[in-house]
Ligand binder design. Structure first.
Ligand SMILES: NC(=O)C1=CN([C@@H]2O[C@H](COP(=O)(O)OP(=O)(O)OC[C@H]3O[C@@H](n4cnc5c(N)ncnc54)[C@H](OP(=O)(O)O)[C@@H]3O)[C@@H](O)[C@H]2O)C=CC1
Ligand SMILES: O=C(O)CCC(=O)C(=O)O
Ligand SMILES: [Mg+2]
Length: 740
C-alpha cells in the first residue's frame, strides 16, 4: 500500500496534528493511501537514546534514524512538521518533565568526568540543537509562496509597521577577525579521509576530529572567530547602543549552529555584565553555571549560591549600567539574553523589520534597536533591508512582489552541518586540516577560546542545486540570482562550480531566455527589493544559511508569516520530503492554548505539504485516487483562503480546530464534485452533505470550549488522550469522521 509518513513533533504543530491527522487519515484511506506517524519530537528523541534504562512499555524506536534512512530511498514520502531544536535550557526542562513522568533517564551532565556522564553527554549532544532537519534533508530546498497565498495576501494585506526616515535601527557586525574574514576553502581532488588537529605552541598535537571522510569535488572550508576581536566588538556595540539610546539585541542561530552560537551568546552575556563575571565568574563556573545558557539559567541558579544576593545585585547593576535591553517578554521580564533559543535570527530579524524596526523594551513600549549579528557573512542583507525601509518606507503587502528561494542544503551542506567539526580552541597554536597523505590543506593560527569550524559541501548537492535553480527559473519565468560573494573563500569555490555547471545547462539549451546572475548578498538584496517594490518576483538561489534567513525574511514581509509557504525538498534519490511552511513550532501558541483553550496555529503549511505529498505519491505509486485527493485539496485550500478560514487572531472566532473543519468540508465537497474518480465522489457526496448540514453545530461545539485553561498532560510529552480530547471537542465531527 502506498504510504505517507506524517511526523509527530512538538509544541503548536503537534497540537494541530491531534486535530488534523484524523481528517487526513480518514480521507487518504478512501484512496488506498496509508498515513503512518513517526515520533521525532524532542521527548521521543531523548527516550530513543536510553533503551536500556526504560521498561518495555516506555521504550521507543529511534524513528529519526529510520526516517533518515528512508529519506535516501525513492519511496520516501515524508511530511515534516516543525520540531523543537533544543537549546540546553530547553533540553534540561524536557529531561525533567520525562523524569517526573517516571522515565529513568540521566540528568544533563554539566561536566563529563566519569564514563557514565560522558555517555549521557554524548547521547544528549545527539538530541540537542537542530538534530532533525539535517538528517532528513537529503535534498535541496524549494520554498515559495503558492499563488493562492500571494493573492490572498494582496487582497487582505496584513498590518505592517510604518518606517520613519529618522529610525535609529541598525545592524552591527564585525569587520575583522570573524568567520567571514578568516575563511579558507579547498576543493578536494579525490575521495579521501581528512583529519583535524590542534598543534600547541609546544608542538603537542591534539586530534580534534580523527576521521572526516570526503568525496572528490567536495568543498571543504575552515575558519574561526577570533574571540578577542569578538569581545572588543561586543563591548563597543554595548557602548554604542547606550550612546545612541536604542535597545540592545543580539541575533544568533544558537539552535542550528549548536556549538558555535551558544558560545558566542555566552560572550555577549559576559560582555553585558563585565563586573559580574570579573567578580563571580569563578564561583559561577564552579557551580556549573555557564553564561552560554543565558541569563535565565543564571538567575534560576543563583539562589542556591553563597553569594546569591550579591550576584543578583550585580546583575541588576549591569542592567542599570548598560544600554536598555530588548525584551522577549517585557511583562515577565524575559530579556534578549535570557535563553539562547528565544531569539533566533531567521524569525527575529524579519519580525523586527515588519514592526517598524522596533523590538520591545522593558517598559512594554516598542523602540529602535541595535541588532548585533557578530559574524559579517550574511549580516549585510538585513542592513540593506533596513536602509531600504528607512529610505522608502515599509513594504506594501498589497502590491509587493515575491522572493522565492532555491536553497543548497542537501547532505548537511555548509555551516548547518558544521557542529561536529566546531571546536572551542583549548590553547594557543594552530588548527589544521590534513589530507590522507598528511599534507595540510587548511591552517590557522589560533588563540585560546577562538571558535574554529570546518564546513563541508558535497559536489552532487551543488550540481542538483544549480539544476533546481534552472528548473525553477524556467517554470516561473523570473530572474534567478545566486547570492554569493567572490571575496569570500567558500563562495569563490562555489562560483567556479556554478559557472561550470551552468555552462553544461547552456550547451543543452536550458538557459535560453533565462536571466541568471551572481551577486553578493547585500547587492542581491538591494536588487530583489527594488524589484519587490515594483511588484516583480526574483528567485534567490542561496546557500544553506541564506536559505534559512530568506525563507523567513521575505514571507514574513510579504505574507505576515512564513507558515503559509510551500516548502518542498525533492530528495536526491527520488523521494519527497514535504516541510509544512518555513517557520518553527511557535511556543507562544501553546501557552495560549493552555491558558485559554485557543490555538492560533495556522495549518496552511500542512495543507500545502499534504497536497504536494499526495501528488508525489500519486505519480510514484501510480495511484489515481491520490491524484484526485491532491487536486481537490489544492482547490479546497484556495476556497479556504478565499473564505478566510484561517484561525482568527482573537478568542471567540474559529481557531486551528475550526479551520481544520472548514478545510475538511471544502475538501469533501471538491472530492464529491469531481468526475475523475466516481467511486470517490460517491463516497464523499453524502459525507460532504452531512458536514455542510451540521456546520453550524460543529463550529459551535468547537468554539464553545474556548476561554478556560486546559490540561494537556505535559509540554514536551503531552498525554495523548488528554491532548486529543482538547483538540477534538466536536462530537458531531468526530462521529462523522469515524463513520466515513
Ligand atoms: N523546521 C523546523 O523544524 C523549525 C523549527 N524551529 C524551532 O521552532 C521553535 C521556535 O522558533 P522561533 O524562531 O521562535 O520561530 P517560530 O516560527 O516558531 O515562531 C515565530 C512566530 O511565527 C509565527 N508563526 C509561525 N508559525 C506559525 C503558524 N503555523 N501559525 C501561526 N503563526 C505562526 C508566530 O508569530 P506571530 O505572533 O507573529 O504570528 C510565532 O510566534 C524553536 O524551538 C526552533 O528551534 C524553528 C524554525 C524551523
Ligand atoms: O532545524 C532548525 O533548527 C531550524 C530550521 C529552520 O529554521 C529552517 O529550515 O528554516
Ligand atoms: Mg528558518
Amino acid at each position: 500500500m502506498a504510504k505517507i509518513i506524517y511526523t509527530h513533533t512538538d509544541e503548536a504543530p503537534l497540537l494541530a496534528t491531534y486535530s488534523f491527522l484524523p481528517i487526513i487519515a480518514a480521507y487518504a484511506a478512501k484512496a488506498g493511501v496509508e498515513v503512518e506517524t513517526r515520533d521525532i519530537s524532542l521527548a521521543g528523541r531523548i527516550l530513543a537514546q536510553f533503551p536500556d534504562r526504560l521498561t518495555d512499555e516506555q521504550r521507543v524506536d529511534d524513528a529519526l534514524a529510520e526516517l533518515g534512512d528512508l529519506a535516501k530511498t525513492p519511496e520516501a514520502n515524508i511530511i515534516k512538521l516543525p520540531n523543537v531544536s533544543a537549546s540546553v535550557p530547553q533540553l534540561k526542562t524536557a529531561i525533567k518533565e520525562l523524569q517526573e513522568k517516571g522515565y529513568d533517564i540521566p540528568d544533563f551532565p554539566e561536566s563529563a568526568d566519569t564514563d557514565e556522564d560522558k555517555a549521557a553527554r554524548a547521547a544528549y549532544d545527539k538530541v540537542k540543537g537542530s538534530a532533525v532537519n539535517p538528517v532528513l534533508r537529503e535534498g535541496n530546498s524549494d520554498r515559495r509562496a503558492p499563488l493562492a497565498v500571494k493573492n490572498y495576501a494582496k487582497a487582505h494585506p496584513h498590518r505592517m509597521g510604518a518606517w520613519s526616515s529618522a529610525s535609529k535601527t541598525n545592524v552591527a557586525t564585525m569587520d575583522h577577525g570573524d568567520f567571514f574574514a578568516n575563511e579558507l576553502s579547498v576543493v578536494i581532488p579525490a575521495d579521501d579521509t581528512l583529519r583535524i588537529e590542534h598543534v600547541g605552541t609546544d608542538d603537542t598535537i591534539t586530534v580534534l576530529k580523527e576521521s572526516l571522510p570526503v568525496l572528490a569535488g567536495e568543498v571543504i572550508d575552515g575558519t574561526f572567530m577570533n574571540v578577542a576581536a569578538l569581545r572588543r566588538f561586543l563591548t563597543e556595540q554595548i557602548a554604542r547602543a547606550k550612546a545612541e539610546d536604542v535597545l540592545f539585541s543580539v541575533h544568533l542561530k544558537a539552535t542550528m549552529m549548536k556549538v558555535s552560537d551558544p558560545i558566542i551568546f555566552g560572550h555577549v552575556v559576559q560582555a553585558f555584565f563585565p563586573t559580574l563575571f570579573e567578580q563571580y565568574g569563578e564561583q559561577l563556573a564552579a557551580a556549573g553555571i555557564s553564561p552560554n545558557d543565558g541569563l535565565g539559567a543564571l538567575l534560576n541558579a543563583v539562589a542556591q549560591l553563597p553569594d546569591g544576593d550579591a550576584i543578583k545585585a550585580a546583575i541588576d547593576q549591569g542592567l542599570a549600567d548598560g544600554p536598555t535591553m530588548a525584551m522577549v517578554d517585557s511583562d515577565k521580564g524575559v530579556t534578549n539574553l535570557h535563553v539562547p533559543s528565544d531569539v533566533i535570527i531567521d524569525a527575529s530579524m524579519p519580525a523586527m523589520i515588519r514592526s517598524s524596526g522596533h523590538m520591545w523594551g522593558p517598559d512594554g513600549e516598542e523602540a529602535d534597536t541595535l541588532a548585533v549579528i557578530p559574524d559579517s557573512s550574511y549580516a549585510g542583507i538585513y542592513q540593506t533591508t533596513i536602509d531600504d525601509c528607512r529610505a522608502h518606507g515599509a513594504f506594501d503587502p498589497a502590491t509587493m512582489g515575491s522572493v522565492p528561494n532555491v536553497g543548497l542544503m542537501a547532505k548537511a551542506a555548509e555551516e548547518y552541518g558544521s557542529h561536529d567539526k566546531t571546536f572551542e580552541v583549548p590553547a594557543a597554536g594552530t588548527v589544521r586540516v590534513l589530507n590522507g597523505a598528511g599534507e595540510a590543506l587548511i591552517e590557522h593560527t589560533v588563540e585560546p577560546g577562538d571558535i574554529w569550524r570546518a564546513c563541508q559541501t558535497k559536489d552532487a548537492p551543488i550540481r542538483d542545486w544549480v539544476k533546481l535553480a534552472v528548473t525553477r527559473a524556467r517554470a516561473s519565468g523570473v530572474p534567478a540570482i545566486f547570492w554569493l560573494d567572490e571575496a569570500r573563500a567558500h563562495d569563490a569555490q562555489l562560483i567556479a562550480k556554478i559557472n561550470e555547471y551552468l555552462a553544461v545547462h547552456d550547451a543543452a539549451g536550458d538557459l535560453e531566455g533565462l536571466t541568471i546572475e551572481i551577486m553578493k548578498p547585500a547587492d542581491a538584496t538591494a536588487y530583489s527589493l527594488e524589484r519587490i517594490r515594483k511588484g516583480e518576483d526574483t528567485i534567490s538561489v542561496t546557500g544553506n544559511v541564506l536559505r534559512d534567513y530568506n525563507t523567513d525574511l521575505f514571507p514574513i514581509l510579504e505574507l505576515g508569516t512564513s507558515a503559509k509557504m510551500l516548502s518542498v525538498v525533492p530528495l536526491m534519490n527520488g523521494g519527497g520530503l514535504f516541510e509544512t511552511g518555513a517557520g518553527g513550532s511557535a511556543p507562544k501558541h501553546v501557552q495560549q492554548l493552555v491558558k485559554e483553550n485557543y490555538l492560533r496555529w495556522d495549518s496552511l503549511g500542512e495543507f500545502f505539504a499534504l497536497a504536494a505529498s499526495l501528488d508525489h505519491l500519486a505519480d510514484f505509486a501510480d495511484n489515481k485516487g491520490a491524484k484526485v485527493l491532491a487536486e481537490t485539496l489544492d482547490k479546497a485550500t484556495e476556497t479556504f483562503l478565499n473564505e478566510d478560514k484561517s484561525p482568527t487572531r482573537k478568542i471567540g472566532g474559529i481557531d486551528n480546530r475550526g479551520s481544520h473543519f472548514f478545510l475538511a468540508l471544502y475538501w469533501a465537497q471538491e472530492i464529491a464534485a469531481q468526475t475523475e474518480d466516481t467511486d470517490l465522489a460517491g463516497v464523499f457526496k453524502p459525507f460532504a452533505e452531512s458536514l455542510a448540514a451540521d456546520a453550524e453545530k460543529i463550529v459551535a461545539e468547537l468554539n464553545a470550549v474556548q476561554g478556560h485553561p486546559v490540561d494537556i498532560g505535559g509540554y514536551y510529552q503531552p498525554d495523548d488522550a488528554k491532548a486529543e480530547a482538547v483538540m477534538r471537542p466536536s462530537t458531531t465531527l468526530n462521529e462523522a469522521l469515524a463513520a466515513l
